[in-house]
Write a protein that binds this ligand. Structure first.
Ligand code: NAI
Ligand code: MG
Length: 341
């Protein structure tokens, strides 16, 4: 087959290899047109290659410009920068896209269908942090700063509006804290108002202060469509949104830049359940669905989505985090059967 697309595959740490195996077997059954280039990153890479992010992995990413990535453990302590943050900054993956949809019925909310578009490079994640000494205490005051550039604010807000148009969505809500952070958050709001004008009549625009948005999200999340926000607010609100529909085990994310895209599960390496065949592979599988759509294979994305719905909703086959009994491997096996049914 000639139109196979080469994709960097990073199984990652903890439950990463288990959910990756499950996802690959399902993609294979789906005959997804991917050729995997398996690479290491995270603790696994540190232990085997002495580097959290080995050159071979970077080379592969530069070549394929497309990746499916399992969770990576960031060692706690000084001197280790999050590899995820490094990847985003190094490859200009400025847009973090996290769709949240109700999958399981009977939860608190039935009709959630929203997407958080998070600025992925700037804001308070710039991590310009240090201590200031006072008297004998060298770490008496913790100081941190962030920045938002006009250009980056415009780029992510444009992305959100373009995404809304392309995906048949109706409204963009810009989330900010410009009432307090008049400069840092104000610039984002101003760019939003300016760009919204260009989409007037096509995409509705509204503004929310982040704390009010957090409250509304747990009261009437159905009211939200596309949310665009700065880095830290996006991190928090997208996890909140994931919690509304069944937790981290279901939530996929995409990191998108002008030249590269990395698809991943939102959750971490879950060391507490690693190696026990307990992990829910759905978040990574849903990340693969986003990747299929990104590669214009909506046909395969829809087939996989349907099979998942059929298995998890209609037949009630679920992993332990969703109150079910099947393990990771069994779940993948049954999903393949559902695909082939
Ligand atoms: P975590 O997401 O790994 O785990 C939080 C809780 O959710 C745990 O109880 C875990 O068992 C459960 N959980 C997560 N994914 C699950 C799944 N697929 N199925 C069933 N249960 C699941 O977050 P935590 O414990 O804060 O972080 C662990 C490590 O992961 C840390 O080193 C952290 O830096 C890293 N991390 C990596 C991310 C990435 O690579 N994108 C994102 C978040 C954390
Ligand atoms: Mg996070």
């Amino acid at each position: 087959m000639s139109d196979r697309r080469s994709v960097t595959l990073i199984p990652g740490d903890g439950i990463g290899p288990e959910i990756t195996d499950a996802t690959l077997s399902v993609l294979e059954a789906l005959e997804a047109p991917f050729e995997w280039d398996i690479q290491k990153a995270g603790m696994t890479a540190l232990e085997e290659a002495g580097d959290l992010l080995p050159e071979g992995t970077l080379e592969s990413l530069r070549r394929t410009r497309l990746a499916l990535k399992g969770p990576l453990t960031t060692p706690i302590g000084k001197g280790f920068r999050s590899i995820n943050v490094t990847l985003r900054q190094r490859f200009d993956l400025y847009a973090n896209v996290r769709p949240t949809q109700t999958l399981l019925p009977g939860g608190r909310f039935e009709n959630i269908d929203l997407v958080v578009v998070r600025e992925n490079i700037e804001g308070l994640y710039a991590a310009m942090e240090h201590y200031l000494p006072v008297g004998n205490d060298p770490e008496a005051v913790a100081y941190g700063a962030g920045f938002n550039s006009r250009q980056e604010c415009a780029r992510i807000i444009e992305f959100a509006f373009a995404y809304a148009l392309k995906n048949g969505r109706k409204k963009v809500t810009l989330v900010h804290k410009a009432n307090i952070l008049k400069v840092l958050s104000g610039i984002f709001l101003h760019e939003g108002r300016r760009i919204a004008e260009h989409y007037k009549g096509r995409i509705a625009f509204e503004e929310r202060i982040v704390d009010a948005c957090a409250m509304e999200l747990v009261i009437k999340p159905e009211a939200y469509d596309v949310i665009v926000t700065t880095n830290l607010f996006g991190d928090i609100l997208s996890d909140l949104a994931a919690g509304l529909v069944g937790g981290l085990g279901l939530a996929p994310g995409a990191n998108i830049g002008p030249e590269m895209a990395i698809f991943e599960a939102v959750h971490g390496s879950a060391p507490d359940i690693a190696g026990q065949d307990k992990a829910n592979p759905l978040a990574l599988m849903r990340a693969a669905i986003l990747m299929l759509r990104h590669c214009d294979r909506d046909d395969l994305a829809i087939r996989l989505e349907k099979a998942i719905k059929c298995l998890v909703v209609d037949e009630g086959v679920r992993t332990a985090d969703l109150g079910g009994k099947v393990g990771t491997k069994e779940f993948a096996k049954l999903l393949i059967q559902a695909l082939e049914a």
